[in-house]
Each structure stands twice: as C-alpha cells, then as structure tokens.
Design a protein around this ligand. Structure first.
Ligand code: ADQ
Length: 484
C-alpha cells in the first residue's frame, strides 16, 4: 500500500534523555499541528532530525531512540555536531534565512557551509530512499531542504513530490546574489508542486526560474524537458478550534485553576489606579520580527501621546532562538538595553510601560496572554506568514481586541480587517496604536467577526488537504503532458 512521507528539518517531537532512558514530547509548532491530520493516517512516515546529535547518545540509547521514534511513525536522520554547525547554523541560518528575508547585510556566502548543506541534504535523501516505495507521495518542507526534491527525483523519477516553503521567496534581484542560485532552483524543481504562502513569493520564484534557468513558463506551470512543475500559493492556517476552545474554557477557570501568569495579570487589572490596557507582542527572538523597531515605536508613542502613560502597557514575549548565532546575541543585547532604557525613562511607582519575558511559554500561558490583551502589535520587517496574528484572533471568544499587523507579513494579505502598518513608520505605528486603544467595541467585533470566519474556514487542515489535492491533480496533469 502506498504511503505519504513528510520530511522536515526537525521531527514533530522532542527527545529527552532521563537516566539513560528516552522520553518523547510532541512539538506544538504550526507545522507539527498542521500535518497531524496527514501524519496520523496509519500509512504515513515523518523523516527529520530528532534534535539529538550522533555524539549525544551511545549505541544502546540509539536503539531506544529509533524504537521511540518508530512508535510515532517517525524516522531520524543521523546528524553530527559538525553537520548541525555547517548545515543548520551555517548555510540555513547565516545564508538562506537572512537572504530570503532581505537582510543582505547579514548574509554570508561560505563555501564550507554550502558543502555541508549539500552533504546533509544528501543524508536526508539517503534516509528517504531507504524507506520509499513505488507509489508513495513525498512532501518536503522548508528552506533547509531546498536540494532534496531533486535528489529524490534522480533516484525515484516517478515519485509524486511536493515542496512547501515556509519563509518568503525574495525578489529576483535579491535571489540572484547567491552564488549557488542555479543549484537551489534546480533542487526545488525536482518537485511536481511547489507551494508558497502568498502569490508574491510565487511570482518571485517564477521570475527567478525564468531569468536564471531560462525555462518556459505558462501561467504557473514551468515546462522542463520531460516534466512539468506547478507553482501555487497555499496560505497556511492554524488549528482554529484548538485556540478558540482553549480560550473559551480559560474564561471559566476558577482562581485556583488559573496559571501564575493569569493571576499576575488579574492582580494588575484589579489594581485601583492601574487600568492599563495590555498591548501584546509575541515572537521568536529574531531580527526579521522587528522587535527593536517595535520598542522604539512604542517609546515614540508614549512621547507623542503622553495621555497613555499609566493607561497602556506593552507585554512583550520573545522566545529564545538560534542563540549561538552572533546576530541573535547582538539583537538580544539591543532589546535588553531598549527595554531597560524605556522602562527607566517612563516608569512610575504603580506602572511599568513594558513587561518583557524572554522564554518559551506553555500553551495555557499563551492563551492567558491572547485573551487578556486588548491589542496585539505585530511588526515584522519580513515574515513568511505569521501564525501569532491568526492565533490572537482565534482566541478572542468575545470578538473584542484589535490586531495591528505589519504589511510585510504573509498574513496581512488575508487579514485586511486588521490595522495594517508599515513596520518602519513609527509615526504610523504610534497613531495606529492610539486608534486601536480608542476603537469602539462594535467596530472591534465587526472586524474580528469577518477575520474569525475566514480563519475557521481556512484552517491548517484545509491548508494541508488543499496542498495534497493540488499535488494529486498535478500528478495527473503531468501524465497527460508526458503523453502528448
Ligand atoms: P516562525 O518564524 O516560528 O515560523 P510564526 O508563524 O509566528 O513564526 O510561528 C511561531 C509559533 O510559535 C506560533 O505558533 C506561536 O504560538 C509560537 N510561540 C510564539 N511565542 C511563543 C512563546 N513564548 N512560547 C511558546 N510558543 C510561542 C515560520 C515562518 C513564519 C510562518 C511559519 C509557518 O517564519 O512566517 O508563519 O513558519 O509557516
């Protein structure tokens, strides 16, 4: 019987070693949730890195690891510390990530990390080829595995292969600067269907293919010598019901059942003179997310509209990420300093303008923050989609709350009822914040009603099933094309 093989850099679970035994914890990230419906089918397999390097476990543990993964229909790709250094921290996060997000000044082109990237993509291919059978369908995810579709195609030419990019695809003028541009495009073109979050990313990719490789393009079909590749946009959704239902039960919790964070928030809301509205910001700590800009814009807002001192508070949550890449360490220091400076400048005895958390939070705490904040302020400089924007809206059971969202996120294309801003325009952010904090409730409800309906309909399951249907259809089109 044919099966589906999902491949991503990381597996949808985390492994922990306790007293020489292995424990598995499922990941809660968007991709893991999104693919759950596909992966839970009895005939699916997920291939990726387990999060533990080869150096981290001995032979005995390795058998345990493989058995634990097998229970979850997963297979690990064995990677060493050097692999992770060159492939993940090096080429993926020092070259592709900044380049694809238009941070050319951060983009390093190093031959050695490119060599490791190629070698690790081959390691993924080797594991896939050990498990693939005729008739299987393969879905490869994201920028760490751009070469994989073609590596599989070369050995298994009849396989149906889909590829989805979770980050932006940059404009041709930016993409052309990378020395290995041809190899990257050829790698992706091993797929039958290539998906992006937005039409813009799709257009950028088609234009790069046309200008760099010279292939003929007909609408969104790329004609290769013996095959056709289809390119399309599939905006990723969230598990709407999970967020909405969690927010519903959250409101019914007794004091005792509440999390520590919720008790703190409640205390703050009850403090007599302290009627500050909460402005929420949540991201991984990443330079693409515009966190420093957001802080500066918030400072400018308090300077321009001093009537909000004591009346508004920024709750900023940053999840530690890629902490051993130098740019991320620099950014962390910059943010620490900015928060300290702004709090020092404006704080009063009963009010601090910014609450800053630098850590990952359990799901219940995210829900606490989503449901307690009157405004969400999301200002990425570039962001493939941005799921936090969608999660915030899904969690607003009473339909109140205002989303301020950067026009540089993929999500802004589908969320026109949000207040859309340019993240580099502090004037606009300050004015929009004032507008949001003063927006009448009826207007908030009207906007969120429309947003919620859309998010519920185009949830993450629909995203995955749309992609699979399109892949199936492409396979049939391709057959016709070959027959002609
Ligand atoms: P990310 O850059 O990781 O994803 P995003 O889409 O916002 O960005 O997803 C972040 C996820 O992490 C959200 O589901 C959120 O709930 C969770 N999260 C955030 N802060 C947290 C915290 N403090 N504790 C726990 N969880 C937290 C990449 C691309 C995006 C694209 C996604 C999916 O960069 O543009 O939307 O993939 O394709």
């Amino acid at each position: 019987m044919s099966k589906t093989i999902i491949i991503s850099n990381r597996l949808p679970l985390q492994l922990k070693i306790h007293d020489n035994t292995i424990e598995t914890v499922p990941s809660v990230g968007g991709l893991a949730t999104g693919m759950k419906s596909v992966h839970s089918q009895s005939d699916s397999l997920w291939i990726g890195w387990s999060g533990l390097t080869e150096e981290e476990f001995n032979l005995d543990l390795k058998t345990q690891v493989n058995a634990a993964l097998k229970k979850h229909q997963c297979v690990g790709v064995p990677l060493t510390e050097d692999d992770i250094e060159g492939f993940y921290y090096g080429f993926s996060n020092n070259t592709l990530w900044p380049l694809f997000h238009y941070f050319m000044e951060y983009t390093e082109f190093e031959k050695s990390t490119w060599e490791t990237y190629k070698m690790v993509n081959q390691k993924f291919a080797d594991v896939v080829l050990q498990h693939i059978e005729d008739g299987d369908t393969v879905w490869v995810h994201d920028y760490q595995l751009l070469l994989l579709p073609d590596l599989i195609r070369k050995k298994k030419p009849d396989t149906s292969i889909g590829f989805f990019l979770h980050i932006p695809f940059p404009s041709y003028e930016v993409f052309r600067t990378i020395p290995c541009r041809e190899d990257l495009l050829k790698g992706m073109l091993g797929a039958d269907l290539i998906g992006f979050h937005t039409y813009d990313y799709e257009r950028h990719f088609l234009s790069a293919v046309q200008r760099i490789l010279g292939h003929e393009i007909n609408f969104n079909n790329i004609h290769l010598d013996n095959r056709m590749v289809k390119v399309d946009s599939f905006p990723m959704g969230i598990d709407y019901d999970k967020f909405h239902n969690a927010a519903k039960t959250h409101d019914q919790k007794s004091n005792k059942e509440q999390t520590e964070i919720q008790q703190e928030i409640n205390k703050h809301l009850k403090e007599g003179s302290n009627q500050a509205k909460l402005i929420l910001s949540i991201d991984r700590l990443d330079y693409t997310k515009g966190i420093a800009n957001r802080l500066r814009a918030f400072e400018y807002f308090l300077d321009k509209y001093p009537q909000f001192k004591g009346k508004a508070r920024l709750v900023m949550l940053a999840v530690p990420s890629r902490a051993n890449v130098p740019q991320y360490q620099k950014l962390k220091n910059e943010i620490d300093q900015l928060v300290g400076r702004i709090n020092g400048k404006f704080a009063e005895v009963s009010w601090t303008p910014i609450w800053y958390f630098y850590r990952s939070m359990p799901f219940e705490n995210l829900i606490d923050l989503y449901t307690s904040s009157e405004v969400a302020l999301l200002t990425p400089i570039r962001d493939g989609m941005n799921l936090v924007a969608k999660e915030y809206i899904a969690s607003r059971v009473d339909k109140k709350g205002v989303l301020i969202l950067s026009e540089m996120t993929g999500a802004s294309n589908e969320m026109g009822e949000a207040l859309i801003i340019n993240p580099n325009n502090f004037e606009e952010i300050a004015d929009t914040l004032k507008f949001a904090l003063e927006m009448p409730e009826e207007e908030q409800i009207k906007r969120n009603n429309a947003l919620q309906k859309r998010l519920k309909r185009y949830n993450v399951e629909k995203w995955a099933s749309d992609f699979f249907e399109a892949l199936e259809a492409t396979k049939n089109d391709t057959k016709k094309y070959i027959l002609k």
